[in-house]
Design a protein. Structure first.
Length: 341
């Protein structure tokens, strides 16, 4: 299925002024380890958060811009405009709140995805659920058909390769982090608008935008595993191991260095596995921009290549080998002249 542009999304939306459609099963595809979903309630929750942020002038220029905000009053019915405006205004309370840590937003997101009861949403955030339910028929009538089509095209492009690669990828990630992959399939909520960087994970669920170029195949495989790395049984052992390595090396641990380990590891394991399956030449997602932004990567990337890459290539699940690689990595990042970044 061809990848739709935002312009073609808008064209499809404008032609969709028909009664709200019955949403198909949100579970579009499953593999042994993932459940790939396209769900209107979860998508609408994020769509309203992002729309409200854009209205408040707090949607960053590097993020996927909310194309539907342009001329939206000429798209939806006059009798529906007040309902939509009221929903966006209700979601203005989410501006500057964390999708990762805010308990009210976490509870609302869980409810929207059918993973938690509405009763667990704090009283102060119950208006969000009311707004979502009121706006949902409008969203499903005018914008969801095109969004869902885009999500399903993305899932179609990813699911087969994910199923073929996930076993080897998971073994390598467990060995890299000293962690254990979650026992149940990880839900992956696919939507046009996610957060400002196009993907995040929380409470054992992944949220991925189907639009950004960096989220398309084959980088989509890396993105899925990067976000999966943030599940507790994978991230927590890695963070502890990184902390111990810097302590053993007598080197101060840079802020959020463990996340840079996830960035590099996700890209390198994806490269190694794709090459093993006859697809050489993969470039890390970080090479699209992350590795060239920020002074720290000029120092970190050579250190990863010298000390962490050989460990990943070895596929070793030996604690001593992992510890030695991390300690060597920490030593290579020893501050010089008191400067780190």
């Amino acid at each position: 299925m061809a990848r739709l542009s935002l312009l073609s999304l808008a064209l499809v939306v404008h032609a969709a002024g028909s009664p709200a459609l019955q949403s198909p099963d949100p579970v579009v595809a499953t593999t042994e380890r993932f459940e790939l979903r396209s769900d209107p309630r979860t998508a609408l929750h994020h769509f309203l958060i992002d729309w409200a942020s854009a209205d408040a002038g707090q949607w960053p220029p590097y993020a996927l811009q909310i194309a539907e905000r342009e001329g939206w009053r000429s798209v939806i019915g006059a009798d529906e405009q007040e309902t939509w405006s009221t929903a966006v205004e209700a979601y203005a309370t989410t501006v500057d709140r964390s999708l990762l840590f805010d308990e009210g937003l976490l509870a609302t997101r869980a409810w929207a995805a059918g993973a938690g009861p509405r009763a667990e949403i704090p009283a102060a955030d119950q208006p969000l659920a009311d707004a979502l339910e009121a706006a949902r028929p409008i969203y499903e009538r005018y914008w969801w058909p095109a969004h869902d089509q885009h999500n399903r095209a993305w899932i179609e492009s990813v699911a087969g390769r994910l199923a073929a690669l996930e076993g080897e990828m998971i073994r390598r990630f467990e060995a890299a982090y000293g962690g254990t992959w979650p026992g149940e399939p990880i839900p992956v909520d696919v939507m046009v608008y996610a957060n400002d960087v196009g993907a995040y994970s929380t409470a054992g669920r992944l949220t991925i935008s189907s639009v950004p170029l960096g989220n398309q195949m084959p980088h989509a495989i890396e993105m899925v595993f990067h976000e999966s790395s943030h599940t507790d049984p994978m991230e927590q052992p890695l963070r502890a191991a990184v902390q111990r390595a810097f302590q053993a090396a007598g080197v101060p641990e840079p802020e959020r260095f463990w996340h840079d380990v996830i960035f590099y590891t996700s890209g390198e394991i994806t490269r190694l596995v794709l090459a093993a399956h006859g697809e050489p030449g993969y470039e890390h997602y970080g090479a699209l921009g992350v590795y060239v932004r920020g002074e720290r990567w000029a120092t970190e990337l050579p250190a990863f290549e010298q000390h962490w890459r050989p460990f990943l290539e070895s596929r070793s699940n030996d604690d001593a080998a992992r510890r030695a690689a991390l300690e060597a990595l920490a030593g290579a990042l020893r501050p010089r002249n008191g400067l780190r970044r």
